[in-house]
Design a protein around this ligand. Structure first.
Ligand code: APR
Length: 226
């Protein structure tokens, strides 16, 4: 099985900002003001607005050749376990069927009281209430200091993978950035596809560098002709 981890770099050429590049989101916004639970408690309106803007952007962006190539790989029957750190919906739009959003989804809301989550494609505010219990809703994205989703499933898949492939991620945020080390310890071959070597590039057996729309279809192509 091939474990594939994607990050913001795969969606960059679709027009979605990354986080840590010079033109990334964290150059214009402070993490402490929009991406922690403390920020939401202090100024919920600001946090709702930040994610409303990102959610609206999803209406106008399309999957690119990299997302499409991964969907094609899944359709070919190759066993893959696709995990994204991205909160956008471009893997789904490309046709990927099985995908884990470890950092949540922009198109979902989470109830602070009953912890149920709901598909949510429109703006979100304090006035919106949980359809289940009437509680306060927040964007269903994993903030700094919070546990990513589906970690037990992710660790199980890491144990079973023969190949670990990281695409478009800087390797700055854990636990995602630590998955390559676990995969290596379990004997998997490890490959990085990124615009440039990531912070943990030395953990990978091989690296292929360039825009995702070029390197990902090329890598998928090498698997499909085998
Ligand atoms: N093709 C491939 N890679 C690219 C491209 C591109 N066109 N453009 C940029 N990149 C690479 C950058 O070189 C960088 O290594 O994508 C990476 C993006 O890194 P980050 O902005 O740090 O994004 P990511 O790794 O996904 O961030 C992880 O941090 O803020 C949190 O929750 C957020 O899920 C996010 C997590």
């Amino acid at each position: 099985m091939i474990f594939i981890l994607t990050g913001a770099g795969i969606s960059k050429e679709s027009g979605i900002e990354t986080f840590r590049d010079s033109d990334g989101l964290w150059a214009s916004y402070s993490i402490e003001e929009v991406a922690t639970f403390g920020a939401f408690k202090r100024d919920p309106t600001k946090v709702y607005k930040f994610y409303d803007e990102r959610r609206k952007q999803l209406l106008s962006v399309l999957p690119n050749a990299a997302h499409l190539a991964l969907a094609e790989l899944e359709k070919s029957g190759q066993e893959i376990f696709l995990v994204t750190q991205n909160v956008d919906d471009l893997h789904e739009k490309a046709g990927s069927q099985n995908i884990i959003h470890m950092h949540g989804r922009l198109n979902a809301a989470l109830c602070l009281a009953c912890r149920h989550n709901f598909d949510w494609a429109v703006d979100l505010s304090e006035k919106d209430r949980c359809p289940n219990c009437g509680g306060t809703l927040r964007p269903d994205v994993v903030w700094f200091g919070e546990q990513p989703y589906h970690m037990p499933d992710i660790f199980r898949a890491i144990k079973n993978c023969k190949l670990f492939v990281s695409i478009g991620t800087s390797g700055a945020v854990y636990p995602a950035a630590g998955l390559v080390t676990r995969a290596k310890q379990n004997g998997a071959k490890t490959i990085e596809l990124n615009l440039e070597p990531s912070l943990n590039a030395n953990c990978f057996d091989q690296g292929f560098y360039g825009p995702a729309t070029e390197v990902v279809p090329h890598w998928v192509g090498t698997l499909l002709i085998k």
